[in-house]
Design a protein around this ligand. Sequence first.
Ligand SMILES: *Cc1c(COP(=O)(O)O)cnc(C)c1O
Length: 427
Amino acid sequence: MNKWLDKDEQFVWHPFTQMFNAPQPLEIIKAEGSVLYDAQGKSYLDCNSSWWVNVHGHGNKHLREAINRQFEKVDHVIFAGATHHRAIELAERLVGLLPQSLEKVFFSDDGSAAVEVAMKMAFQYWFNRNITKKRIVALDGAYHGDTFGAMAVGQRGYFNEPFEHFFFDVDYLPFPMEENQAEIIKRADELFKTNEIAALIVEPLVQGSAGMRMYEAAFLDELMRLARKFDVIVIFDEVMTAWGRTGKYFAMDHCVEKPDIVCLSKGLTGGVLPLGLTVASREVYNAFLSPDKTKALLHGHSFTGNPLACAAACASLDLFELPETWERIESISKQHSLFREHIEGETLVKEIRQLGTILAIEINTGEGNTYFSEIRDVAYTFFLENGLLLRPLGNVLFLNPPYSTSDAQLQMMYDVLSEFICSLKKE
Ligand SMILES: *Cc1c(COP(=O)(O)O)cnc(C)c1O
């Protein structure tokens, strides 16, 4: 018996896992570039960047050195009443990368917290100005995190049913498709017109957890223009879509209109340390300035602005300044689209979607996309056996690999995916 896995079973409670009958987890003892190694010496390609975070690959030397250097200077310090150089550097560089209107950076620890902060900013913005706007609009199928506020604006269902009675009211717009856009705009117009809507929150262009569902920038622009017209704060949850994932630095770079608040996390530190950021416009920020202390944003976490995480994030920005990084992003995007053409028309493929380095293949199961659909487990096991760590979302198989992934490694991902789709046909 393996003592580590025995102890794991004895002491550890894993996320998103039914511990009653969960298969043994992978025991990962080494991570290098786009490859993970288990204790038996088997290797796996990290097809989903270790839960969508690891953008530059594992063990990146530049990130490691930046974290080590920072540890020798300041490992951690309170971020209220004190500051440090890496947080300042990160905020300045990020504001330089974001659209001009986004100017003030608030630090937290993960994507869910970044979303909570964004919503608190939006609601308190109106509160501080003595204007009654207490409702929020989100999209069907949204995922914004697992804390209460983030759950409340997300898709309701079996994931959060036990907590639903605590959730605040949210108005949902249908997920935008070609045929329903006019209807959505009409519905949004009716909602915004009530003058009760504080904010609109969306995952721009790609809904991650819903199965990498994609929609058009032009539609989002139209929705944002409508929000502008009725003074509705627009929040972009770019926790997943930032850092080159969509082919551009941020998903908002595909849009003409820009949000008032953006949430960032996941690949922010290159995916090696937890950090969340909520960046707001000066207009939002200004509503908190007052001689009255209670008008401040009274929110903060113990690890707010952690210097090691900030150092990693600055180092990750360095890597994004290298042309090589963008060449890899472009190359992965291009190869994804070639593979897409290759398997388009396969009878078992219901739809194949791609934006930048994200490729999603929806398998026809006849029952729609549900997280627990059986094909998920069959596929997951098949991929592990064939050297891929690829966690499907229900019947959606997807790749969002680290940018360190070589052409040969990408080809292996495509080959195993093709093989899996072929194996389904034989059944
Ligand atoms: C992952 C994710 C979150 C939550 O981030 P955590 O760091 O897991 O809390 C929020 N929004 C989106 C779009 C995400 O993909």
